[in-house]
Design a protein around this ligand. Sequence first.
Ligand code: C2O
Length: 538
Amino acid sequence: ARVRHYKFNIVARNVTKLCSTKPIVTVNGQFPGPTLYAREGDTVLVKVVNHVKYNVTIHWHGVRQLRTGWNDGPAYITQCPIQPRQSFVYNFTLTGQRGTLLWHAHILWLRATVHGAIVILPKLGVSYPFPKPDKEEVIVLGEWWKSDVEAMVDQSTKVGLPPNVSDSHTINGHTGPLASCPSFQGGADGYRLQVDTGKRYLLRIINAALNEDLFVKIAGHQLTVVEVDAVYTKPFKTDTIFIAPGQTTNVLLTTDKRAGTYLITVSPFMDVPIPVNNRTTTATLHYNNSLAATALTTTKPPAQNATPIATSYLDSLRSLNSKEYPALVPQNVDHSLFFTIGVGVNPCPSCLNGSRVVGVMNNISFVMPTVALLQAHYYNISGIYTADFPGRPIFAYNYSGPGPKNLQTMNGTRLYQLPYNSSVQIVLQDTGVISPESHPIHLHGFNFFAVGKGLGNYNPASDPANFNLVDPVERNTMSVPTGGWTAIRFKADNPGVWFLHCHFEVHTTWGLKMAFIVENGKGPEESILPPPKDLPKC
Ligand code: C2O
């Protein structure tokens, strides 16, 4: 195993897209930021130097951070932010993971432009459990607003309104055409994937968008899914990838055409009945030996509300569960939790209508502390949080169908304590109180197995009988279906404080989040390591 050094300079840069220029926050001036390459077992040191006016942190999304929670990155959860002109060295080891993940800023909405890929190759001499690709490509999907993204945070919190829909998706930084931007050169400015005939490509696809689930399609080509969230899957063929913010998907693409140009579409998924957002960003797959003026083979992206396509894609995902890569699904449960997730309304005297929209889990809208929770936990600082997050909703009601729709919510910085090494099950029930929407729920510090899902109310008497405890998909971010539920299981084998939240940035901002404390065990092996010397102070 090697030690890999990276330097991330957080710098502002003027960028022109869609015919307008604005300053954005970047890593090393790049959008998307640099790809972090390492092998399984390597130790990675990233020195982050803050040259902008904002406080900054970086999260290594999906990296387990075994006993190194100080390096996880969510602001005020595991660390105080890196202030302007300050620096911090993130230091972590990639244990037992290989595949594609992403890194992103974890404060304000900076991750709109501060994000990039993490590529963890297998250990030297170890091959992939699928046919060896001839070439690999990283494809980072994002969103672009012509206006200032940080101004939208105020709109979402102070005024309590949803943020503006982005003006375009981005594919490795390239936007799509915009009607109001006449100088845009059609596909010429878009992302282009150059390929040779008769080769196998591994595409590492990352959804780094703030607020949108995405469909990805390539005209005339099937894709074979082989890995999600840095866990190998049973390979399956599909013509459409469904990917939520924070998720990563590796697919094999066989270039079986002699020549030509094929349309790639990236389009949003939102399972509301009325399409509200049908922006598609296009790119092209281009065969190298094609003549200059080759005809474009097109494809139609799924409709914005094509729920069956998203559902059947998710139903096809299974852990590889081979001898080398077994699915270690907890068969028994020590802590059985039931969390409602959704969006409610809180009084807000300073807001336009006297109330504002809030994100809630078990009726609690999470309030960010001013001291990092991990520090408060480690040093026993009282008054920062309470360890009384309810294991069930406070106000019971009928989540779907007729019945009381309880909009009551309360604020709090409440955490749930899990004994080290306990087996945990959480049923995440979407309550869809105000706007029904699926929620990509992300757990820090662990992978989980998505053992079951369904529509309507979860039934504890009958639903567990249908759980897949053999080869359920293992990942770190999973969509909870609109008006339905998802059951996840994991082993709490990582001491620390770990964030659980919706990976739609707007919902996190509204409070759709909570955190677990995984209590230090008795022996040193079961405890979090001491904090790094340069850990930022609040
Ligand atoms: Cu990728 Cu807490 O986030």
